[in-house]
Design a binder for this molecule. Structure first.
Ligand code: SF4
Length: 347
């Protein structure tokens, strides 16, 4: 038996008013710049981590014009440590396009927003509904979990056709009246439900405003949803980092190729083996190479085993290959992978 859906949206809206989150720095605004920035930052990152970055970004670039006028390196530098660096590159490209194409005003329509770099269907819907009251459904990972549980939607979301069906059903649940007020509240409410009540493990169903309309709860096993068969295949890679220093505080860094791991960020020259690293160093200096403790850095799909090898070079030495010296004043401003920033920050 299918549970009735009547009143669903209204319950989410009312619950958001009294129990939802209201204090995040990107809330209580309909400014699409701030909403867009937070949505992109939140795509693969926890709220607690995003808050600091968000505040630093809006203080350095208070609006889309400021961000568009910044250099990519400056943006990457400020993004450093937040991970998934393609988001930072897209953020900058998107800002430039919004200024060039729309004079700095974000389009109000979700389909137009979704044509911009780094804005997928769900992010576009979040901006359009939160800022402009558009009647469009979001389906980020948290909301997908809430919706599949409420509907008892057990089709495999690894299949595009099933995902499309879920979008259709999520759209049918949306408010139908007073959209300017209801849509921002509803979208925020679904996000809040996914983040604070309908948790992946041990959802707090007894605190949930839609518990009487939830198929998964009725069936007694909310954790069975969502269904998705495709598993991430993890791999491992060992990387040797040639950490060249000069005058105690200067370090040789090169920009990483794109696409690839850490694309566009600055890093020490990297190699697949200790032998390949050694071959890059002039024979006269090889005896001065010092192996530093290896460590693991975890990426989404891959474990990187990093082996830093340090060497202090005399002033006259000119490393071969791409790159340049950066002194202690300049390297902290660059976009650097988090483990490289940590390494360089060591005394
Ligand atoms: Fe999630 Fe439980 Fe609410 Fe259903 S009743 S939406 S499973 S928290």
């Amino acid at each position: 038996m299918t549970l009735p859906r009547k009143g669903f949206a209204g319950r989410v809206v009312a619950w958001q008013k009294t129990h939802g989150r209201h204090d995040l720095p990107w809330q209580n605004t309909r400014d699409p710049y701030r909403v867009w920035l937070s949505e992109v930052m939140l795509q693969q990152t926890q709220v607690a981590t995003v808050i600091d970055y968000f505040e630093r970004f809006v203080s350095r670039y208070p609006d889309v014009h400021g961000l568009a006028a910044a250099s990519v390196d400056d943006v990457m530098g400020l993004w450093s440590g937040l991970g998934y660096y393609s988001r930072a590159r897209n953020l900058h490209r998107c800002a430039v396009l919004v200024v060039e194409r729309w004079g700095g005003a974000f389009p109000r329509d979700a389909d137009a927003l979704a044509t911009l770099p780094g804005i997928g269907r769900s992010t576009a819907a979040a901006i359009a509904s939160l800022c402009f009251g558009a009647r469009v459904a979001i389906l980020d990972a948290n909301v997908r979990r809430v919706v599949t549980r409420v509907l008892g939607f057990d089709a495999d979301l690894a299949l595009q056709s099933n995902l499309q069906q879920l979008w259709d059903e999520a759209t049918a649940l949306l408010p139908r009246r007073d959209l300017q007020q209801a849509m921002p509240r509803y979208t925020q409410g679904m996000m809040d439900l996914g983040a604070t009540v309908c948790l992946p493990r041990q959802p707090a169903c007894d605190q949930c405003p839609v518990q009487l309309q939830c198929e998964a709860r009725e069936q007694g096993d909310p954790q069975a949803f969502p269904v998705r068969t495709r598993k991430l295949r993890r791999s491992a890679q060992s990387v040797w980092l040639l950490w060249m220093r000069r005058d105690a505080d200067a370090v040789w860094l090169q920009r990483r190729p794109s696409p690839g791991v850490w694309a566009g960020l600055h890093c020490m020259p990297s190699f697949d083996s200790r032998e390949a690293l050694e071959a890059q160093v002039a024979p006269a200096y090889r005896g001065a190479l010092r192996d530093q403790p290896a460590f693991k850095h975890v990426l989404t799909h891959k474990d990187l085993h990093l082996h830093p090898v340090q060497i202090d070079l005399p002033r006259k030495a000119r490393p071969s290959g791409e790159g340049q010296w950066f002194d202690a004043e300049t390297w902290p401003q660059l976009g650097l992978p988090a483990p490289v920033r940590r390494l360089l920050g060591q005394p």
